[in-house]
Design a protein around this ligand. Sequence first.
Ligand code: SF4
Length: 168
Amino acid sequence: MDDRLQVNLDASLQNNFERRMIAEIRRRGVHVLRIHVSGDMYSSEYAMKWVRIARRCPRTSFYGYTRSYRIPEILPVLVELSRQKNVTLWWSVDAETGIPTTVPPNVHLAYLQTTAEDDPGPSDIVFRTRPLRGTPITRIGLSVVCPTENGTHQAENTTCTSCRRCFR
Ligand code: SF4
């Protein structure tokens, strides 16, 4: 693990993590916050911290992608997180995880396509690894390909701020 990620992990383990995060969100007036650019929910206690942070920052839209729905003790907390009005939570799926047979009502599916043959099934959004992005395609079945990765002229002109598909 690189030093920066280790620092973040250490901070998340501290008792004052929630207080510091909430203070930072409010001080900066954060409108949209992605939970984790790298890393994932590593425990139910940590996931619960994000439930409480989201509750105490109702003006901020939170969103995040997670594979930790596969860990039984973390799953209920993730479902609780997904129920928060200001949270959009995505299950990260791919050829290895397969498509979950049941998906909580407020959860969306984000599929990572690593080969052209990967079938995202009913996923809500498809991300593609870099080698696949050269092939223009905006949908795979009914699933929308992330506009920044769809290989069309749209990719150069789209940002998450202009798209907003992943958060409310
Ligand atoms: S561009 Fe849209 S679909 Fe792609 S990551 Fe950003 S918000 Fe999500």
